[in-house]
Design a protein around this ligand. Sequence first.
Ligand code: FEO
Length: 164
Amino acid sequence: MISQTMQDALNAQINLEQYSAQLYLAMSAHCAGKSFKGFAQWLTVQASEETAHATKLIAFLLDRGGRLELKAIATPPLDFGGVIQVFEATLAHEKSITGRISALFEQARTEKDYASEIALQWYVTEQVEEEAHVGEIVDHLHAVGDQGGAIWYLDSKMGKRAKG
Ligand code: FEO
């Protein structure tokens, strides 16, 4: 049986993963509004991944006999500035998620909750990938700048993302 503290922490993380989906959908709409369909597509796929992260945690919580407590999802911003700022904000958000996953992992260790520790390992690895991937996009965006033809080429490349 999962502890109350771990149950609360997992419920909070589920809410945060749902917020991540919400945030990326808002960013996607923002990019689409600027006719950057490729960046918008990438962010829509990312939003689906975040929903999958929440769903995977829910399944784990229920398998452990925990109680799912869904809470209201925070409202994301409406405006994100230029595409470079969108992806800088994405990277900052992913880094904050990494911090939360690390804290959860630490809590599992403190409680000697080995099942949670093993389940959270997947998220630790996933965060390494997500930060690396988004960091690369930020680097590419800085290299091309947000004016001129190169950003449209990058936009068409980003639009090829069909799934994680
Ligand atoms: Fe669910 Fe992007 O971390």
